[in-house]
Design a protein around this ligand. Structure first.
Ligand SMILES: [Cu+2]
Length: 188
């Protein structure tokens, strides 16, 4: 097959083609990099493990990327120490910020479980807690990153790695063919 291409096109055109292949490979690397990381929770108010005097009227979660507005897939569950819900309506998404209105009062550990759609289309979830009132109640604040399923980074990463390897291999092969060809011409 490469013989056919060799005969059909002069060397200069093949050179341009391999240059294009290398550019495509570089472009793929650039596109792939951000896809390796899902958007993550970078801030919360009240913050993880915070101690507040009273239940605030809302919780604001800030993420590392602009979330996709998928009302059915965006959810914030806020419960008091007894498991009673403290949410007062649907969460409101604004770019990287997700605001969850609260209602009622609470004392003790308040748990926040969030689930959003990352800018790459994948669901991301996590949880944290803060404490209302009594300083004697120790907050259980631990920020869990992303529980494996339903979509893990591994699946996404593997696809990109395969694409990258293929692109780089293709570019490398073209360059190798060109060099071999140029050498052959010089010697012949
Ligand atoms: Cu993803």
């Amino acid at each position: 097959m490469s013989q056919g291409i060799h005969k059909a096109h002069p060397r200069r055109r093949s050179g341009i083609r391999s240059l294009l292949a290398v550019i495509v490979a570089i472009a793929l690397v650039g596109v792939a990099s951000p896809a390796f990381a899902h958007d993550e929770l970078v801030g919360a108010a009240p913050a993880t493990g915070a101690q507040v005097d009273a239940l605030p009227p809302e919780i604001v979660l800030t993420f590392s990327g602009v979330l996709l507005d998928e009302p059915a897939a965006t959810e914030v569950v806020v419960t008091d120490a007894g498991g009673a819900s403290l949410t007062g309506g649907d969460p409101v998404l604004d770019g990287t910020k997700l605001t969850q209105p609260l209602t009622g009062t609470a004392s003790g550990v308040v748990s926040v479980i969030w689930r959003v759609v990352s800018s790459d289309g994948h669901p991301v979830s996590g949880e944290y807690s803060f404490t209302v009132g009594d300083p004697a109640v120790a907050p259980l604040g631990t920020e869990t990153p992303l529980p494996g399923p339903p979509m893990s980074d591994t699946g996404m990463g593997a696809v990109w790695i395969v694409l990258l390897v293929a692109a780089v291999a293709l570019g490398g092969a073209l360059v190798a063919v060109l060099i071999a060809r140029a050498r052959g011409r010089r010697e012949g």
